[in-house]
Design a protein around this ligand. Structure first.
Ligand SMILES: *Cc1c(COP(=O)(O)O)cnc(C)c1O
Length: 370
């Protein structure tokens, strides 16, 4: 089977170093929020050019703690995209606020800034753009809208570590940004983890307090907080991965270009577009087809794995029935949820395996007439 992503190969490539670090951590006796976590936070601050990077237990908590730190909660609205992983909206609801979904752009799959303005109300507090599949959202337009309407911008950058927009690092443009270190993300660990970046000192202090039960000084609590901390072991693994992330992201880009070149004339599928003013980290490489099911089956018959991201838009999720959205309300996101499918792309995909994927897609063109 050719998998969508090969985590075994990724972590085997740094296995010896991970084992060395593991030994050191066992001998150190410090396991949570220690020197490795500190080093990871400082390295990410330096790399992204932000004042503060604060690790937490996962990407979902990164969003929840950031919203909480900014005081967003009951009675507030937060504008976001319906075409993302559930956690983006879940975090908004978790803090007591209401997600307001705005349709996405047809070719970038990210929130359409032209449709945001009409959804801004007197209770809107923030916009959460999601850099979907690794491609940055239209940050210039979003930042301008936010400035005009005094809204916060919290980037959901969980899929886009290492991406840039007009030469700026993703994670340094909005008021804050949230990343996930879930194993399948471009920068991931062998478990859960997350990080928040911001240059707002007060917000950073608040998040540091929230992640340890609302306390600045042990056993003295200012607020009801969370237990959302990163382990030394994950920080050590992430520091090792950080050394390779540019190489791994570049390799994803190389593979994406090969797909583009070789599948250029394929009429049964539409290739994803890459905008010129931003870099794409290709967390996922998604093709479009009205005959998705047929193609997925054909690829499965050739031992090629595919995935559907995402089969159900968030405004149509059962849990959000109370928001009273209906099918047809956000037509582009709904259309994409029925057409997109991801094909294998990861830094350890061999040319030979990629050729098999390409051949199978070209083959369906001849035999099946999609
Ligand atoms: C993965 C992901 C999250 C959640 O991250 P976890 O670490 O799994 O909690 C949030 N938003 C997006 C867009 C994601 O891809």
């Amino acid at each position: 089977m050719i998998p969508l992503i090969d985590l075994r190969k990724q972590f085997q490539s740094i296995k010896e170093e991970i084992l060395k670090e593991t030994n050191k951590i066992i001998d150190s006796g410090t396991f949570i929020l220690g020197p490795k976590v500190d080093q990871l936070e400082r390295e990410i601050e330096k790399r992204l050019g932000v004042e503060h990077a604060i690790t937490v237990a996962n990407g979902t908590d990164a969003l929840v703690l950031t919203l909480t730190a900014y005081g967003i909660g009951e009675g507030d609205e937060v504008i976001t995209t319906p075409f993302t992983f559930f956690a983006t909206a879940e975090a908004i609801t978790r803090v007591g606020a209401t997600p307001v979904f705005v349709d996405v752009d047809r070719t970038s799959f990210t929130i359409d800034p032209n449709k945001v303005a009409e959804k801004i109300s007197s209770t809107t507090k923030a916009i959460i753009p999601v850099h979907l599949f690794g491609q940055p959202s239209d940050m210039t337009e979003i930042m301008l809208l936010a400035k005009e309407n005094k809204l916060l911008v919290i980037e959901d950058a969980c899929q886009a570590f290492g991406a840039t927009y007009n030469g700026k690092n993703i994670g340094s443009i909005g008021d804050a940004a949230c990343f996930s270190f879930f194993p399948t993300k471009n920068l991931g660990t062998m478990g859960d983890g997350g990080i928040i970046t911001t240059s707002n000192h007060l917000v950073a202090e608040k998040i540091r307090m929230l992640r340890v039960h609302g306390s600045e000084r042990k056993y003295f609590h200012k607020e009801i907080g969370y237990n959302s901390r990163l382990d030394e072991w994950h920080a050590a693994i992430l520091l090792l991965c950080l050394k390779h992330i540019d190489k791994w992201n570049n390799q994803r880009g190389v593979l994406a270009e090969r797909y583009r070149t070789k599948l250029k004339h394929c009429t049964s599928i539409k290739l994803p577009e890459a905008r010129k003013d931003r870099s794409h980290t290709y967390h996922l490489f998604c093709l479009e087809s009205p005959n998705r099911e047929k193609i997925i089956k054909h690829l499965a018959d050739h031992d090629i794995h595919t995935g559907i991201y995402y089969p159900c838009c968030l405004h149509l999720q059962e849990v959000y029935k109370y928001l009273r959205y209906q099918e047809g309300d956000l037509p582009i996101a709904e259309f994409l949820s029925k057409q997109l499918f991801a094909i294998p792309l990861h830094p350890f995909l061999s040319t030979e395996d990629q050729e098999k994927v390409i051949a199978a897609l070209l083959d369906i063109e001849v035999t099946e007439k999609c």
